[in-house]
Ligand binder design. Structure first.
Ligand code: DC
Length: 226
């Protein structure tokens, strides 16, 4: 690692493999991996725990007044503290996924989380993954990647992942969830999911995980002349 601070933005739809690719690429390059979906998920968890209506923006905005979201790293692993409590293990349920996609459309939520993300990127070299990192959060990032794969490929991968964890997974349901989330993420008014003009497009539909990581690291090294 050098003394310079580098910011790499990786955006793309749910299930494109962003998090695994970003995490492994960050480890190879000695950068910190920042999963920004976790902070939206934390807000969603707060909403669910407090039984706030996730479709009511005013109610969600009001909840934010006494909500604190903090990212920290332990041996390179990201942890999410919600009001001081580590809730990392509670962020991946389907209920939280669904609610996070809803609350992330609210401007109050996006404004609330923006500075948290920028502050993390000012302090260290990061690979930050999300939906609007290259377009809104880090428009000055030295490298921007848009990682995608067909909805069918993403659904197959997600089913495999769930089954490996011993969870039940029905392909049609998983595909429908992915398509619904894509639609919401791409059609929301604020910071919708889209490829930044200066982002490199990487479609991983026909790539293995190892190939996707290699290609990502290659692109980053080339752009940063590392
Ligand atoms: O990446 P993920 O599945 O953990 O993200 C959960 C939700 O958060 C997703 O539906 C969209 C939203 N999100 C966002 O709006 N902006 C980001 N930078 C990251 C996630």
């Amino acid at each position: 690692m050098t003394d310079r601070i580098y910011n790499v933005a990786i955006d793309g739809p749910a299930g494109a493999g962003k998090s695994t690719v970003a995490r492994r690429a960050a480890a190879e390059l000695g950068f910190v991996y920042v999963d920004t979906g976790a902070i939206y998920r934390a807000v969603a968890l707060a909403v669910l725990d407090r039984k706030v209506d996730s479709t009511n923006e005013a109610a969600v905005a009001s909840l934010l007044k006494d909500t604190n979201v903090k990212l920290q790293w332990e041996q390179g692993v990201q942890h999410l503290l919600l009001n001081g409590v580590d809730v990392t293990d509670r962020l991946r349920s389907p209920e939280v996924s669904d609610a996070s996609s809803r609350v992330s459309a609210f401007s109050a939520v996006r404004c609330f989380l923006l500075e948290t993300q920028r502050e993390v990127a000012r302090q260290q070299s990061v690979i930050m993954d999300g939906r609007d990192i290259g377009t809104v959060v880090l428009p000055e990032a030295q490298v921007k990647l848009f990682l995608t794969a067909s909805a069918a490929t993403r659904a197959e991968r997600r089913c495999k992942e769930l089954r490996e964890k011993g969870l039940e997974a029905h392909y049609e349901d998983v595909l429908r969830d992915i398509e619904e989330r894509d639609y919401r993420d791409m059609h929301r008014e604020l910071a919708p999911l889209r490829q930044a003009e200066d982002a490199v497009l990487l479609d991983t539909s026909a790539l293995t995980l190892a190939q996707s990581i290699d290609e990502t690291v290659r692109i980053i090294r080339e752009k940063l002349a590392l």
